[in-house]
Write a protein that binds this ligand. Structure first.
Ligand code: ADP
Ligand code: 5GP
Length: 197
């Protein structure tokens, strides 16, 4: 087992689940790790979520997220267009259902980067999904990363840290934990888990 992983089971590639959910507290480095992995392996398909959060500098509609209004989100939910959705730190986020199901039906690996509530919902509706938890090397490092990113106001950081305490306590619900000490190492381990290599 690699030094950064806890609880990974040696599942043979042919029986590995095709849907992988990556979760972990805000600021732990989920987006960074996924971006690094997809830089080297653009063939890994990542679901693009809808969110009511405002774009951060550099974020583009349809790339990091589909940025939608509250009314648009209401419609997506009412029309059953989301596989799961959750409210996180004052905004709503959801996974568009159709694109995910198309990929799975085509037999391609699918990666979702979603919060703990979403991961639990996916586990209920798709028990074969594999749940991967990205953990920080320490609490202090998580605070440093979230603050250092510089994209949230202090009160939003506080909300996200409160959510992080809940998320960290749920680590044991996940199939595998990867500790994000080195982006490169974790990206490699995640790639192996999504079953592309
Ligand atoms: P998340 O998507 O989980 O909210 P981000 O990917 O935005 O987190 O990362 C939060 C901050 O932490 C960013 O500034 C990023 O550059 C930094 N970061 C991510 N991974 C690492 C790492 N392994 N070591 C040091 N800093 C990291
Ligand atoms: P951020 O605002 O930092 O991009 O994301 C905040 C949290 O929302 C993160 O934990 C992220 O994984 C989660 N998230 C992003 N998209 C979705 C989604 O479609 N569903 C759920 N449940 N959470 C999501």
């Amino acid at each position: 087992m690699a030094a950064t992983s806890r609880g990974a089971s040696p599942v043979p590639p042919e029986s590995r689940p095709r849907l992988t959910v990556l979760s972990g507290p805000s600021g732990v480095g989920k987006s960074t790790v996924v971006a690094h992995m997809r830089n080297e392996h653009p063939e890994v398909w990542l679901s693009v979520s809808a969110t009511t959060r405002k774009p951060r500098p550099g974020e583009k509609h349809g790339v990091q997220y589909f940025f939608v209004t509250d009314e648009e989100m209401d419609k997506l939910i009412a029309n059953g267009e989301l596989l799961e959705w959750a409210e996180f730190a004052g905004n709503r986020y959801g996974t568009p259902r159709a694109a995910v199901l198309e990929r799975l039906e085509a037999g391609e690996p699918v990666l979702l980067e979603i919060d703990l509530q979403g991961a639990r919902l996916v586990r209920e509706s798709m028990p074969e999904a594999q749940l991967v938890f990205l953990a920080p090397p320490s609490w202090d490092e998580l605070v440093r990363r979230l603050t250092g990113r510089g994209t949230e106001a202090p009160e939003v950081i506080e909300r996200r840290l409160a959510a992080a305490r809940v998320e960290l306590a749920a680590e044991s619900e996940f199939d595998t934990t990867l500790v994000n000490t080195s982006v490169k190492d974790v990206a490699r381990e995640l790639l192996a888990l999504v079953n592309v290599v």
